[in-house]
Design a protein around this ligand. Structure first.
Ligand SMILES: [Zn+2]
Length: 201
């Protein structure tokens, strides 16, 4: 890694070493890896080398939309267990995805025993960012407008329909449990950009 051979404007990826700390100061879009003594790229962008200031920076290729506390996001449940669900939501056109964690205590003001009564992997969920503590994005679905807005049958994969407050599979003729949000079924997948999330599974 010889920064003098580095090309200004080159595309870099998150975590990529850009320079040693003795050589360049970390500028915007970079961070210092103390262990290795390197300046690394924080996100996808173009390398910017300021030889006069001895500073190296990364300019984002698209405006970064870092999640903010209070923001409502729409994402997909990518993994879960009894007490937690991980929800992935898009964070901008080219900047990728964020994953937030939903704790069972942030599902309802009342006691909820299992996350499997709340959502399932593949469900599309509307949630609110409540904290960014400890480097994690913490989500809440407390409130009538928050919760599952699209779900497929866990048996046959057909979209579940809302009937009399329950989610019903017209093919299997069974009811599934979810914490349904107001406006369930109106989601058409417009703002989920990834093909994995489009399948809804
Ligand atoms: Zn079914």
């Amino acid at each position: 890694m010889n920064v003098r051979k580095e090309k200004d404007g080159r595309l870099v990826i998150p975590g990529e070493p850009l320079s040693v700390i003795e050589e360049f100061m970390p500028g915007p879009g970079t961070y210092v890896d103390e262990k290795r003594g390197q300046v690394k790229a924080e996100y996808v962008g173009r390398l910017h080398i300021d030889l006069k200031e001895r500073r190296i920076a990364v300019k984002p290729v698209a405006p970064l939309r870092i999640p903010q506390v209070g923001r409502i996001v729409v994402g997909q449940v990518v993994s879960m267990d009894d007490k937690y669900a991980m929800i992935r939501f898009p964070s901008g056109k080219f900047t990728g995805f964020f994953t937030g964690v939903l704790n069972i205590s942030m599902v309802s003001r009342r006691f909820v025993k299992s996350m499997f009564d709340v959502c399932r992997v593949g469900d599309i969920v509307r949630a609110q960012i409540v904290s960014l503590a400890n480097g994690f994005c913490h989500l809440s679905i407390i409130g009538r407008h928050l919760g599952v807005i699209y779900a497929n049958c866990t048996q046959c994969g057909k979209p579940l329909e809302l009937k009399g407050g329950s989610l019903y599979c017209p093919r299997c003729m069974r009811v599934e449990r979810r914490k349904v949000a107001l406006g369930y079924g109106k989601f058409r997948g417009e703002f989920i950009e990834d093909s994995h999330t489009r399948k809804g599974r």
